[in-house]
Write a protein that binds this ligand. Structure first.
Ligand SMILES: C[S@@+](CC[C@H](N)C(=O)[O-])C[C@H]1O[C@@H](n2cnc3c(N)ncnc32)[C@H](O)[C@@H]1O
Ligand SMILES: [Zn+2]
Length: 286
């Protein structure tokens, strides 16, 4: 039974019921047959189907399964193992991937930690606002806790997680800090200045460098930067299908005109940097 869940309507504790979860005020959230629970409240949705579309999710799944981002994932896993080594805590480690997409990173994290921390109990949670993403994620692992919810309104009680992971997704630092244990860490993965430069050079005639979102500023007095790891390497895409899948994973997909899209579609190969920053923040109250 999961005891860290909190009702998104009244904030009471949620308990497992025959069909999903229920609070003491009888707000109910049914589990879908695919093995996830939808906690998005209809009146808080800004669109009918918020988050990434089925097409974007399928592209992401195909692209990530090529293995070209495994090095990013490996480095994220090392950063998390480092953060978990710090505090002496008891009981299960709880890990949330906030904006988990189709589940690539948390699934690899689970496999990695099973090898290194085998004897310790670990509970994994993946949350995304896109129900298509979460449906795909359930296929990666049936035993994790998969929820459709917004990072702005997470269905978790305060001080519940050892790790909150947030990869290339919108972040709400105040909400992440609320659900982190006092000994917990927030791991943010964001594009570095050279990220996907090969693609950007084609899309924008004058190449622009990425400006990293300033999480440290948002973190205010809540979180303090502990470590930063930069991961920068070259990848080569070998077909138009691979290039288009990569494009569909980026915000450029929505922002470019049809002419530029055709220019990208005409490429049957592409070399580019992958450049990411992995930053670990700790609660400042420690
Ligand atoms: C660029 S994708 C990254 C997904 C995954 N972390 C990865 O790197 O493969 C951004 C994800 O954030 C999700 N998202 C957007 N707004 C969100 C919100 N308010 N709450 C939760 N997820 C959100 C999207 O549905 C999408 O799956
Ligand atoms: Zn309730």
């Amino acid at each position: 039974m999961t005891s860290i869940l909190q009702c998104p309507v009244c904030r009471e504790l949620l308990l497992l019921s025959a069909d999903g979860y229920q609070c003491s005020k009888n707000h109910t959230f049914d589990a879908a047959r695919q093995g996830y629970v939808n906690f998005l409240l209809a009146h808080k949705k800004h669109s009918k189907e918020p988050g990434d579309s089925p097409e974007m999710i399928r592209s992401r799944r195909r692209f990530l399964d090529l293995g070209l981002y495994n090095r990013v994932s490996d480095n994220v896993n090392e950063a998390i193992a480092g953060a978990l080594r710090g505090p002496e805590t008891e009981g299960a480690f709880t890990i949330l991937d906030a904006g988990c997409g189709e589940g690539f990173y948390i699934k690899r994290l689970k496999e990695f930690l099973l090898r290194g921390l085998g004897s310790r109990t670990l509970d994994y949670y993946g949350v995304d606002i896109s129900k298509f993403a979460v449906r795909q994620a359930t296929q990666r692992d049936k035993t994790m806790n998969w929820f459709v919810a917004s990072i702005n309104d997470l269905p978790f009680a305060a001080s519940s997680f050892d790790i909150v992971l947030n990869i290339f997704s919108p972040a709400n630092v105040a909400e992440f800090s609320r659900i982190l244990k006092e000994t917990g860490s927030l791991v943010i993965v964001s594009p570095g200045p050279r990220h996907l430069n090969g693609l950007r050079e084609i899309i924008y005639p004058i190449a622009r460098e990425h400006a990293a979102p300033d999480i440290a500023e948002q973190a205010g007095g809540l979180l303090a930067l502990s470590t930063t790891t930069r991961v920068n390497y070259r990848i080569e895409l070998k077909s138009s299908a691979e290039v288009m899948d990569l494009l569909a994973m980026t915000p450029y997909y929505w922002n470019i005109d049809l002419g530029t899209k055709s220019k990208v579609e005409a490429l049957d190969q592409l070399a580019t940097d992958v450049d990411v920053e992995i930053r670990v923040f700790r609660k400042t109250s420690r």
